[in-house]
Design a protein around this ligand. Structure first.
Ligand SMILES: C[S@@+](CC[C@H](N)C(=O)[O-])C[C@H]1O[C@@H](n2cnc3c(N)ncnc32)[C@H](O)[C@@H]1O
Length: 633
């Protein structure tokens, strides 16, 4: 049913095909990947049998398709007329029995995905039934696709409107036909379980841009495109109106991996025409820049932040860093300008600039330093220091084979190194996704004595940023990470954030500059920090799942590196953002302010962050005393 590297498009039918095998064969033959179909036998539409007396022949026999076909090519569509939240208890119970029978039969057939649709905001009984079924399934892995229309059908909206008018209520208060609220209420009832996937059904009218971003941030599993929305182009082929095309372009750009299904009748066209059009849209809009290309496969995946000080990085990690086309280029530019500033042209043949690469790894910055010196026509004396013994053989080899033995190699921790001379320029790259989280401040302060009094550090400064985000998919992933242990909500992760909605612009959090004053560098508390940030009020209702963490760095004067969303260094993929989760999702009303508090703390052995919010409500301090996450010295 999925096509991980391509586009997966299904066909959703409203009717029950008389010959399921034939319909499936036709669709798969046309290029569709799956079929979403009601599967109850036409003679026994749900609810046509009395409660407690389910006839034995209520569905087609499982032998119509093979188990593999049921599992890989069929989404079982539950009868949309079953109302398990009906106020009449008799009808409700009857609907419950029919829905449960259908779902259990779908499990019996090995169907991995069943689809239900929400038709109103409050669905407590539906949520209870499905949640219990999903929690209690034994070996089975069925997921539930929950279909929500982008806009409520007119009839519902006008019924609601009439009711408001009848009651003399304010219409705004009762504006519950924002269908995002339906989904939000439902996913809260099922405890944000990852077993429930959002299927967004396109409607003729589309919501405004912010609402759409909020939908995209929900982690959409599938988009249903009704045939009724298509219009004919000049050549007579079905195409989507421009606003819908734009929406799909945004989905391709921002939403990670999403499947599509074409629903409704195809009176005017062959099914293949819709499919070909979806592939055309993918080709047109799903373009890959370098960041997306290298981030492929990591979308919304949690990664434990590296700890290059406490642990030794592996060869594969160095190899991965070294592929970044932007980072090293910018370092080279920074070094080039620093060398030129350090030595006027008139002295270039006499003065030797002492340069030290601290934390050299396998040597890419050493190499760039030598290239910069050649280009700037400045003489340099180069030291390369690294504490990871496993990286030293590569440095020795490169020194011999590529650098003409001009580099003095040192195997040592920079904090304890006693250099034979002081440095004009110190180059390091000890930055994490949140700037200081790989302990660059502690390492460079430890090495503060290697700088000449007017020595330059590249980087000169770095600043971390936080932004409130809604991201059910990533939040769910933190829960799954360790069997829903609470501690996983109290650890930051590195994540290629894809399915998320930023609820406000990032604000600067902690700033560090280098080199430090000698007295400051010796003060152990010099790099502890606390800040409280209040973000611009959120324009719409939303759910806060935590904070995105970013950094910018001034390498030298105007040469910068940034993963700040508004000025991300183009094409740089060395750092994905950080995600600081909250223990639980927090509901935000339109106009609410979010205030986050963030601490950077230390003791003799470690550095850690603590965080919490006090607006719109107060939560417990997360990661108190570094209980769940710490960065070792
Ligand atoms: C993020 S890697 C960067 C490596 C390389 N400069 C590059 O850009 O590809 C940081 C390097 O600094 C080293 N490192 C971290 N803390 C150090 C310390 N206190 N003393 C010496 N090396 C350190 C790590 O072992 C690692 O090789």
């Amino acid at each position: 049913m999925t096509a991980p590297n391509g586009l997966s498009v299904g066909r959703e039918l409203d009717f029950i095909p008389n010959n399921l095998r034939e319909s499936l064969t036709d669709l798969l033959g046309a290029g569709y990947h799956f079929l979403t179909t009601p599967f109850r036998h036409p003679h026994y539409r749900s609810g046509t049998y009395p409660l407690g007396a389910v006839p034995s022949m209520f569905a087609r026999p499982d032998t119509v398709l093979s188990t593999t076909e049921w599992r890989t090519a069929i989404v079982a569509k539950m009868d949309p007329d079953l109302d398990v939240d009906h106020p009449n208890p008799i009808l409700r119970k009857k609907a419950e029995a029919a829905l449960m029978a259908d779902l259990k039969y779908a499990m019996h057939l090995s169907v991995v995905c069943s689809q239900i649709c929400l038709k109103r905001r409050d669905n407590p009984n539906l949520a209870r039934l499905l949640y219990s079924l999903i929690l209690n399934q034994q070996a089975h892995v069925m997921k539930i696709w929950v279909t929500v229309p982008l806009n409520a059908p007119n009839s519902m909206a006008s019924q609601r409107l009439n009711k408001c008018l009848e009651n003399g209520d304010s219409i705004v208060e009762h504006d519950s036909e924002d269908t995002w609220q339906w989904w939000r209420a439902f996913r809260s009832l099922v405890d944000e379980s990852e077993k429930f996937g959002l299927v967004l059904e396109l409607t003729e009218n589309l919501p405004d841009g912010h609402s759409m971003k909020r939908w995209i941030g929900e982690g959409i599993r599938c988009i249903t495109v009704p045939t009724s929305i298509f219009v004919l182009n000049k050549a007579g082929f079905p195409v989507l109106p421009v606003p819908h095309q734009r929406l799909i372009a945004d989905v391709f750009q921002m939403a990670g991996y999403v499947q599509f299904q074409v629903s409704g009748l195809n009176t005017k066209h062959h099914d293949k025409a819709y499919l070909e059009y979806m592939f055309y849209l993918q080709k047109k809009y799903a373009r890959m820049d370098t960041y997306r290309y290298y981030g492929k496969g990591y979308e919304d995946q949690l990664q434990i932040p590296l700890q290059p000080l406490q642990d030794n990085l592996e060869s594969s990690t160095y190899e991965c860093f070294e592929q970044d086309p932007v980072k090293y280029h910018e370092y080279q530019r920074a070094i080039f300008h620093a060398l030129q500033d350090r030595v006027p042209v008139s002295e270039k043949d006499d003065v030797v600039v002492v340069c030290m690469v601290l934390g050299a790894g396998r040597g890419p910055l050493v190499h760039r330093l030598l290239m910069a010196a050649e280009k700037a026509e400045r003489k340099v004396k180069v030291y390369a220091l690294e504490k990871n013994a496993n990286a030293i053989p590569t440095l020795v080899c490169r020194n011999r084979q590529e650098w003409n033995e001009v580099v003095t190699l040192v195997h040592c921790d920079m904090r304890v190194w006693d250099p034979p001379e002081k440095a004009d320029i110190v180059i390091s790259e000890l930055l994490g996704s949140f700037g200081d989280n790989e302990l660059s401040p502690e390492c460079l302060d430890g090495a503060n004595k290697v700088f000449k009094p007017d020595g330059i550090s590249i980087p000169q400064a770095y600043t971390s940023y936080l932004a409130p985000i809604q991201t059910p998919r990533v939040f769910q992933a933190t829960r799954v990470m360790n069997h829903a242990g609470r501690e996983d909500q109290e650890k930051p992760y590195v994540v290629n954030l894809t399915s998320f909605c930023r609820l406000a612009e990032p604000l600067p959090t902690f700033e560090f500059t280098h080199p430090s004053k000698e007295s400051e560098a010796k003060d152990p508390d010099h790099n502890t920090r606390y800040t409280a940030l209040t973000f611009k009020p959120c324009p719409t209702e939303a759910t806060l799942h935590g904070f995105g963490g970013y950094f910018t760095s001034v390498l030298y004067k105007t040469v910068r590196l940034s993963i700040h969303p508004s000025d991300h260094s183009p094409g740089m993929f060395s750092w994905f953002p950080m995600y600081f989760p909250l223990q639980r999702p927090v509901q935000i009303r339109a106009g609410d302010r979010v205030t986050v508090h963030m601490w950077r703390l230390r003791d003799e052995h470690k550095v850690w962050y603590e965080w919490t919010i006090t607006e719109p409500e107060a939560l417990p301090i997360h990661n108190s005393s570094g209980k769940h996450y710490q960065i070792g010295f």
